[in-house]
Design a protein around this ligand. Structure first.
Ligand code: UDP
Ligand code: MG
Length: 336
């Protein structure tokens, strides 16, 4: 197998219905583009037949490699493992559910050849998503853009091409709560976008329920902004000034209207509840940062590999992680 120009990385979690078609579409596009390539499928602890399907594809086509996780580690970590294993001069991140059309890879390649180091795909239109997802995503990306110092382009997902040198920087960024689209923007170099229409999922359902989406959003915000921590000082200032004003107004009213003016427990109770709610909310925010600090200090490996298939240097035994790590290597379980 010659050195691949392009490494295509796809995370896979319970995609048995789509995998064969995904593979066919990718290999068709690659054959047309006429370059050397590898497809790295990361099995993120699928519970359906995805693993068997991937193994059999890898057995038949030596472009295909499989990294098989010991359990589900999440989409962003699966993508990370794919990047860790990629050998290409450029790496493409793409979802396995065919929402990101492989045909766009041609456009990305062209921009890369023009000299860009990151080519991200911008969703011009999104098909088959709920109103709720569209609206929250739109608001979220615009909010994120305002509160972060890194310019994370709006309406982009992880579907992107990155030059090998960008991939190498990402390999050294071992943070545990990962927001890869932000991390690639953070790296810098020459970046540009290509527009595309994001299709509906081919089959199966989204693996991002609301709970995971919220967590992902928190990773994005905490990973790239201190704004939620800083905003507390404004609220503190506002409430402090309000307290002084209210104290003065009530004093004057009591001096002029009599000592019983503005009495009553109800107001006190309401204010107490309101302020407790503010305080708990901000404790939650602080907790989010603290929990992430804890994740970093424990410094566990990002993922555990159970087995690998289709890697060139594999002679019956497990191949080592192909790229040297400046930090701790990912944990390796014995290959089957
Ligand atoms: N995925 C994964 N691990 C997970 C969840 C998702 O590897 O825990 C993969 C999934 O198979 C797909 C991609 O990540 O290839 C994007 O997931 P999905 O399509 O469910 O997200 P959505 O497009 O709905 O945001
Ligand atoms: Mg999807």
């Amino acid at each position: 197998m010659t050195h691949p120009t392009l490494s295509i990385v796809a995370p896979v979690y319970n995609e048995e219905e789509i995998l064969p078609e995904f593979y066919t579409r990718v290999s068709e596009v690659m054959t047309k583009l006429d370059i050397t390539w590898e497809l790295i499928l990361v099995n993120d602890g699928s519970r359906d037949r995805s693993m068997e399907i991937m193994f059999s594809i890898a057995a038949e086509d030596d472009h295909v490699r499989v990294v098989n996780f010991a359990r589900n580690f999440g989409h962003q970590v699966a993508v990370t493992a794919g990047i860790d294993h990629a050998e290409g001069d450029a790496v493409i991140l793409i979802d396995a559910d065919l929402q990101d059309p492989p045909e766009v890879i041609g456009d990305m390649l062209q921009k890369w050849r023009e000299g860009y180091d990151v080519v991200y795909a911008v969703r011009e239109q999104r098909e088959g998503e709920s109103w709720f997802k569209l609206t929250t995503a739109k608001l979220f990306y615009r909010m994120l853009y305002r509160i972060t110092d890194v310019d994370i382009p709006v309406d982009t997902g992880d579907f992107r091409l990155m030059d090998a040198k960008v991939a190498q920087v990402l390999r050294d960024m071992r943070e545990h709560n990962r927001f890869i689209r932000g991390m690639t923007s953070w790296v810098g170099f020459r970046q540009t976008g290509v527009k595309y229409v994001r299709h509906a999922r081919k089959a199966g359902e989204t693996k991002y329920p609301l709970r995971k989406m919220l967590r992902f959003a928190l990773d994005a915000v905490t990973g790239f902004s201190y704004f939620p921590l800083q905003v507390m000082v404004y609220l503190a200032g506002f409430l402090g000034i309000l307290a002084i004003v209210v104290a003065i107004v009530i004093s004057i009213l009591r001096l002029t209207q009599g000592p019983d003016f503005f009495g009553g427990q109800a107001t006190t109770i309401i204010l107490l509840l309101l302020l407790s709610s503010f305080q708990l909310f901000f404790l939650f925010i602080i907790g989010q940062y603290v929990a992430r600090i804890y994740d970093e200090t424990r410094d566990r490996p990002l993922y555990v590999v159970a087995s690998r298939r289709g890697f060139p240097e594999q002679n019956g035994s497990a191949a080592p992680t192909r790229h040297g790590r400046t930090h701790k290597p990912e944990v390796e379980q014995v290959a089957d």
